[in-house]
Design a binder for this molecule. Structure first.
Ligand code: GLU
Length: 300
């Protein structure tokens, strides 16, 4: 069964922006006869909040966002990420990098290099230099990328082209980095539809590039993307916890029910209200609003 997924980080309660993205992931999956999988992106232990995975799931289900199959926790999958790195290493596509953020920022770069791209400092170190640097600080592992950019087709954004630099595969504390974990998990769990907020659109070309290296061209091209608009506050900034009552728990305290929140989200998508199932037939990606949605506080 082909599948979509929703992949929150369990770092606290979901807010209405996250919930709206989850509703969209559910609608995209349902309307294309796909399962929807739930994956917790909990690789950064310092950001994981105890109990929040369970709370996030309960909130999603209160809106009608249901999931199929086993829930995946990235923190339990280090062996799979290590295997992928070993595959790339065997092809000479991995190198250690000892740069600090500061060094990357200050390094000289080619005139047309995209802003923020890794300047390649550690790519060509001699063995001797590598030994010296490794003794100073543990290395991260980077991909030796052979393309400067890649491209995906997005259902809502059209062609998305973005830079593919020598991005980090494994952080210097040994944890898999975001792009590696996403690519390995999406592939191994049969995901071929990625719906997420559009602030991540720029990472899709990198993920496609890595997927092709690891799993071949056909698998690399098999994923469909839909990057959906963010939810913003009345000042036009990305919605955050400090923007007042934005989680289901906070809204409940104000007398707003999960059904009212679900209906507000559906209205914002110009879809029929009521149980999510009611919206499946009317759901048409081409008709979705393309602008960020401005969250107005709801009153119970
Ligand atoms: N974990 C990411 C987030 O919560 C989503 C990553 C993805 O969907 O690829 O924003």
């Amino acid at each position: 069964m082909p599948a979509g997924r929703y992949a929150p980080s369990p770092s606290g309660d979901l807010h209405v922006g996250n919930l709206r993205t989850a509703v969209l992931a559910w609608l995209f999956a349902q309307s294309t006869a796909r399962d929807l999988l739930l994956r917790y992106e909990d690789l950064d232990a310092s950001r994981t909040v105890a109990g929040s995975a369970e709370r996030q799931r309960a909130d999603l289900e209160a809106l009608g966002v249901t999931f199929h199959g086993e829930v995946v926790f990235q923190s339990q999958r280090k062996h799979l990420y290590d295997d992928a790195v070993a595959t790339l290493s065997a092809q000479g596509l991995v190198y250690e990098c000892y740069c600090t953020r500061r060094e990357i920022q200050d390094a000289p770069r080619a005139p047309h290099a995209p802003p923020g791209a890794y300047p390649g400092t550690c790519r060509l170190l001699s063995d001797q230099e590598r030994r010296r640097r490794r003794a100073e600080r543990p290395g991260a592992l980077r991909l030796r990328a052979e393309a400067a950019q890649d491209r995906v087709h997005d259902e809502l954004l059209g062609e998305v082209t973005a830079s593919v630099d020598d991005f980090v595969l494994v952080r210097n504390d040994g944890a898999a980095a975001y792009n590696l974990a996403v690519v390995v998990d999406d592939h191994l769990t049969g995901v071929d539809q990625v719906v997420r907020a559009d602030d991540l659109a720029d990472s899709a070309p990198r993920q496609r590039y890595l997927r092709r290296l690891l799993y071949g061209a056909a698998a690399g091209d098999a994923v469909e993307y839909a990057h959906v608009p963010l939810v913003v506050n009345s000042g036009g900034r990305r919605l955050a916890k400090r923007d007042g009552a934005v989680t289901l728990a906070q809204l409940r305290e104000q007398g707003v029910t999960p059904e009212q929140v679900r209906d507000a989200l559906l209205r914002s998508l110009q879809l029929p209200t009521g149980p999510l199932q009611n919206a499946v037939e009317a759901f048409d990606p081409a008709a979705l609003p393309r602008d960020p949605w401005v969250w107005e506080p709801l009153n119970g």
